[in-house]
Design a protein around this ligand. Sequence first.
Ligand code: IPE
Ligand code: IPE
Ligand code: MG
Length: 236
Amino acid sequence: MSSHPEVPRHIAIIMDGNGRWAKERGLPRLEGHRSGAESVREVMEACIELGVEYLTLYAFSSENWSRPEAEVNALMALLDRFLDEKAKDLDRQQVRLLAIGQLDRLPESTRALIERIKTRTADHKAMTLVLALSYGGREEIVSAARSLASDAAAGKISPEAIDSDLFASRLQTAGIPDPDLLIRTSGEMRVSNFLLWQISYAEIVIVKKFWPDFRQGDLFETIKEYQRRHRRFGAL
Ligand code: IPE
Ligand code: IPE
Ligand code: MG
């Protein structure tokens, strides 16, 4: 039970520390978010090279809506620009885009852009990039529970038929393998409502660096750390 693939099949990242990175330099927080986009580019390229199949990036949480309106608006504008610029690269790199989260809370322009890129990249096979936007693990679980309850109430399924597999099939990550490696930058030891169901057995690596300082070399280090871990999944 100890063997695991050399390279994690699915890497999930809590990209934290943009604000602190900017503060350290006496810059506005937005500059940190802007620089963080460069880390995303590097990490994506490295993951494709390494043959990682799924990369999930926590870009905006359900709770992040409670930040000052100016920061939220700036983040949404940055996201639009990132998606717009990235669309061509995703084609070139053969990357499929997916998005999870309460997307209906996003601005119409962002939603339209995501839909367009999703359709356009649907058949790409090199890697799947999953953007977690307006995402909250609890909200996702509640919504899965609601959909099962409504099917049960309508007599479409019996409550006894509900098991882990059926439950997981109602999550937004249905069809995506659980993350093998969860990385969080900037040192905080918490999961902040990210993929609560899916990280049951993920190996967690906390990196001290702020997200805008996270480079390909740092990714390789976390993968090496992952490869040193002994995954047991409850067995011996
Ligand atoms: C992560 O950086 C990006 C988002 C949450 C959108 P933060 O903005 O949380 O930066 P810190 O944690 O305040 O430094
Ligand atoms: C988690 O970071 C969310 C994202 C990286 C998008 P936060 O900065 O929002 O989390 P907390 O507030 O430190 O828990
Ligand atoms: Mg933060």
